[in-house]
Every structure is written in structure tokens, then in C-alpha cells.
Design a protein around this ligand. Structure first.
Ligand code: UTP
Length: 316
């Protein structure tokens, strides 16, 4: 089998690939399948996302979606399930061979560029696409993957939350999933109290500084009603039981089928842990978060940092 993204991701030239001990978890995590719900409309990034899927916006020089797939591959995932919507077919094209381009690069002897593109291709058959036919909410998008995921725990990555970490964020969650004998796990981050109303917030039952046992999830509480400042960000490991819960779940906030509502019901049957992950998260679905991701990752690139530094001084 050709060595592609799911076989062994090597990183490419200047790519900001996941590094560190879990660089290749080799499936030790036990999480084989990961779902990327990418059917949202990306209204916060209009007009850039009128035609272009927000997942295809570049951070430095690679689309946001590629960082997410690299992270999942480095955490040991082998099946990448995309829940797409209308207008998202560029994502499929990105993970395909671009025949004319590859031919031309080969003919011109541009081996380095060609190898970089080859290395970022997933193994044939490892990516599965299904469509959410209407944007009925994140919970509904996850439910659309039920027949592909089947009866096993699985990861969920919200692509626009780009997490830059030494150990891939999903691998950090998978470690806690294993330590806790298969509990559900979410990534959490402390947010300023004035921001609690933007997130699902944890009500912690126990907290050892890294793992937080969840008593409840509170959706977008006002600062004075928030049980903590621990916000759920876009990384999850969920038990397949979530699918049967989502099946009968009525619409929640905003008239959408909410994943947080389903997690609240799942918590009645199974334990949930939050993980304070090591690394830095950028909300690339937001203009400022997106620009920050570009700056932060570009400043780590030896081929870019010096020039960027010089002109940043001019603007700041
Ligand atoms: P967001 O609300 O952050 O994304 O949903 P959005 O709807 O694309 O963006 P804005 O707020 O309009 O700018 C969180 C994640 O859930 C997916 C989105 O693609 C995003 O990754 N999602 C959301 C779906 O796949 N389907 C939906 O119906 C809703």
C-alpha cells in the first residue's frame, strides 16, 4: 500500500505537522474513525466563504482542513469521515490526485513539491464523504455519519478550531479515553468569564488539573450563571450511543439539533471527561482568530519568520 496520510504522515518540507511523542500513535489510541462535520455555512467569514468552503482557507500555505486530517492521522485514525454539504466539493478535490499538476511537476523535475503533495494524500479509500442535506445543526451533522462509524467510539474534529500542539490534541484526548477505560472525552480550554456565553461550559465534578470529570454541560451561560470557565472546544471522543440519542433529539438552541444536548443525555448513562490539552487553539471561523493562526504558524516557519518579523514591526 502506498504511504499516504493515514499510512504514515511524514510532514512535508515546511509543513507544520504534529510533532512529539504521539507523532504516530499507530492506532494505540484505539480510535480508528474520526468525523469532520464541515457542512456549516461559515457566515462569520463572509464574503470569503460565499463560494470557498471555510475549511479551504489557507493558514500560511495549506488549507485549514489539512491540519485537521494530519492531526487525526497522527493520533492513529485510519478512517476519515467528512460530513459535507452543498458547495464543499473542493474539499474532495483537495484530497485527490491533481493529474495535470502532478504530471507537470514530474516533467519539470520539481521533485520536492511533488513529494510534498504526494505525502499529504490519504490512502485510497481511507476518506469517506457523506452529505448533510440541510444545515440542521452540529448534532445532526454528526448523526449523518452513524452508518459509517458503526458501533465503536470515534473522534470528532471541528476543522475551524485549529489546535497547534506538540502532541496532537486528538491523541491527548485518546490517552484520557484509554486511561478512563473508554469514557467520553472533550477538549476544554479556560476562557475569560465574559466569553462563557459563546461556548458549552463544564460543570466540573472533580478536577486534577489535567482531567476534569464532568457533572453537567451548560450551553452558553451568562458569566454570572457559568459553573466554571472551562469551555468545550472542537475535539471530542464519543461513544456510539450518541447516535441513538441524536436520532430522537428535538431541536434545541437556534432551532438546531445540538451536539451538546445529546452529550447531556449521554452523561446520564456514561462518564465524560474534559481534558485541559497542551497546545494553542485558534478559532479560524472568526476573522481575528484566523489572522492570529496565520501569524503564529508563519512565525514558526524558518523560510518566512524573518521577513514577517521585519514588516510586523512596521505595523505594530
Ligand atoms: P459553526 O457554527 O462554528 O460553523 O459550527 P458554521 O455554521 O459553519 O459557521 P458560522 O457560525 O456561520 O460562521 C461548528 C461546526 O459544525 C459544523 C460546521 O461546519 C462547523 O465545523 N456544522 C454546523 C455542520 O456540519 N452542520 C451544521 O448544520 C452546523
Amino acid at each position: 500500500m502506498r504511504e499516504g496520510i493515514s499510512g504514515s504522515y511524514h510532514g512535508t518540507g515546511n509543513a507544520v505537522a504534529p510533532r512529539g511523542t504521539a507523532e504516530r500513535d499507530g492506532g494505540m489510541s484505539g480510535i480508528r474513525k474520526v468525523v469532520f462535520p464541515v457542512a456549516g455555512l461559515g457566515t462569520r467569514m463572509l464574503p470569503a466563504t460565499k463560494v470557498l468552503p471555510k475549511e479551504m482557507l489557507p493558514v500560511v500555505d495549506r488549507p485549514i482542513v489539512e491540519y485537521a486530517v494530519q492531526e487525526a492521522a497522527a493520533a492513529g485514525c485510519e478512517v476519515f469521515v467528512f460530513v459535507t454539504g452543498r458547495g464543499k466539493s473542493l474539499i474532495e478535490d483537495h484530497f485527490d490526485r491533481a493529474f495535470e499538476l502532478f504530471e507537470t511537476l514530474a516533467r519539470k523535475g520539481k521533485t520536492r513539491e511533488l513529494e510534498a503533495l504526494e505525502a499529504a494524500l490519504p490512502d485510497p479509500g481511507s476518506i469517506v464523504y457523506t452529505r448533510q442535506q440541510a444545515p440542521l445543526g452540529l448534532g445532526h451533522a454528526v448523526w449523518c455519519a452513524r452508518n459509517i462509524v458503526g458501533d465503536e467510539p470515534f473522534g470528532v474534529i471541528l476543522v475551524d478550531d485549529l489546535v497547534h500542539a506538540r502532541t496532537p490534541c486528538l491523541a491527548q484526548l485518546a490517552a484520557v479515553h484509554a486511561e478512563t477505560g473508554g469514557a467520553n472525552v472533550v477538549a476544554v480550554e479556560e476562557v475569560p468569564s465574559e466569553h462563557t456565553s459563546r461556548y458549552g461550559i463544564l460543570d466540573p465534578a472533580e478536577d486534577d488539573g489535567r482531567r476534569v470529570r464532568v457533572r453537567a454541560f451548560v450551553e452558553k451561560p451568562k458569566p454570572e450563571e457559568a459553573p466554571s470557565r472551562l469551555a468545550v472546544i472542537g475535539r471530542y471522543i464519543l461513544s456510539p450511543r450518541i447516535f441513538s440519542i441524536l436520532e430522537d433529539l428535538p431541536p434545541g438552541a437556534g432551532g438546531e439539533i445540538q451536539l451538546t444536548d445529546a452529550m447531556t443525555r449521554l452523561l446520564e448513562h456514561e462518564p465524560f471527561y474534559g481534558v485541559r490539552f497542551e497546545g494553542r487553539r485558534f478559532d479560524c471561523g472568526d476573522r481575528v482568530g484566523y489572522l492570529e493562526a496565520n501569524l503564529a504558524l508563519a512565525m514558526e516557519r524558518p523560510d518566512i519568520a524573518a521577513r514577517l518579523h521585519a514588516f510586523l514591526r512596521h505595523y505594530v
